[in-house]
Write a protein that binds this ligand. Structure first.
Ligand SMILES: NC(=O)c1ccc[n+]([C@@H]2O[C@H](COP(=O)([O-])OP(=O)(O)OC[C@H]3O[C@@H](n4cnc5c(N)ncnc54)[C@H](O)[C@@H]3O)[C@@H](O)[C@H]2O)c1
Length: 313
């Protein structure tokens, strides 16, 4: 199949592009490299450096004629969305809308959207959170991702596009950029390996659902060619506190100290754990890599590749 991965120079998109390529698909990537890196894109994959908001994106669709678009390009920072909601909406709403318009114009059969589970529900009313939990985002990033989802569903109804919504937990693994705010594991691992002491915002009892990027790529493989009309969590159903994470990473990196504590981030969700039951039922997908092994692989990657600046999460 011919597949176009937007944001394929970024952390998750590059793993998804690689998984598609390894499965024998013809893969192209479009990425403006506002985050991400050119050399994240695997060999054998065509790379277009372009902003998805540019009209020239049509030329990529004309050239590549994708049958499936995997939409991972995004402004992926919750804090950046609070600082600049307009910029977030420009990429995450209007950018998504442009991709959908081109998908219809160039007769794409399926669009897969990388949505968020962690930033949609606010402080959950019950755990683990199912996809039917009320949507109560606490930041523009969550509103805009949800609007993206709504647009996908609208394009399915209006144009018959096969649209797939994957809501990720906290994705971690090799190639995650420790200079962004999203990846606490990347930030801690890179800082500890560099002999720096990272900062935990708050008391560290906050709980997240961490899912390994290889498992996320596997979920993306499983949706190819399927019709799945409901949003699906890609998460583990297992909660881990930031303090436990810091202890595990200290053990793996051999860091002298545990992180220090700084002020909590106002409005941050305290505890979220996501039910992966729907993904098991509809995709026969289960997270395969236990956190311990995922952390080991991630630390090993950062040991080999290093990272210049990483201090807080
Ligand atoms: N990492 C997570 O834990 C997580 C959780 C939930 C959802 N997601 C979603 O998964 C996707 C990938 O996230 P990530 O963690 O890999 O982030 P990332 O920043 O590593 O990747 C995003 C990529 O999109 C590119 N991009 C941004 N704006 C663009 C534009 N206007 N035109 C073209 N390219 C553009 C960036 O250059 C970057 O390479 C995003 O849609 C994000 O919202 C990620």
């Amino acid at each position: 199949m011919r597949i176009l991965v937007t944001g394929g120079g970024g952390f998750v998109g590059s793993h998804v592009a690689e998984a598609y390529r390894n499965a024998g698909h013809h893969v192209a990537v479009v990425d403006v490299l506002s985050g991400g890196r050119r050399n994240n894109t695997p060999p054998g994959v065509m790379f277009y450096r372009m902003d998805i908001r540019r009209p020239e994106l049509a030329e990529v669709f004309r050239e590549e004629r994708p049958e499936l678009v995997s939409h991972h390009a995004a402004e992926a920072s919750v804090r950046a969305s609070i600082a600049n909601p307009v910029a977030d909406a420009d990429t995450n709403v209007l950018g998504t809308l442009r991709v959908l318009e081109l998908a219809v114009r160039y007769r794409v059969s399926q669009v897969v959207f990388s949505s968020t589970a962690g930033a949609l529900y606010g402080e959950p009313q019950r755990l683990p959170v199912s996809e039917d939990h009320p949507i109560l985002p606490t930041a523009p990033y969550g509103f805009h991702k949800y609007l993206g989802e709504q647009y996908l569903q609208y394009y399915r109804r209006m144009h018959g596009l096969n649209t797939t919504i994957l809501r990720y937990g906290n994705v971690y693994g090799p190639r995650q950029d420790p200079q962004t705010e999203a990846g606490v594991i990347a930030i801690f691992a890179a800082a500890m390996l560099a002999g720096r002491r990272p900062t935990i915002f708050g008391d560290g009892t906050q709980v997240r659902d961490f899912v390994y990027v290889g498992d996320v790529a596997d979920a993306n493989l499983r949706v190819v060619g399927r019709r799945i009309d409901e949003p699906v969590h890609v998460a583990t159903g297992v909660g881990t506190s930031v303090n436990d994470l810091a202890r595990a990473l200290r053990g793996l990196t051999g860091a002298a100290d545990l992180p220090e504590h700084g002020p909590a981030v106002p409005g941050e969700v305290h505890t979220i754990v996501l039910s992966p039951e729907r993904a098991a039922r509809l995709l026969d997908w289960r997270p395969r890599l236990p956190l311990e092994e995922g952390l080991r692989r991630t630390v090993e990657w950062f040991r080999q590749h290093g990272s210049p600046r990483a201090t807080s999460a």
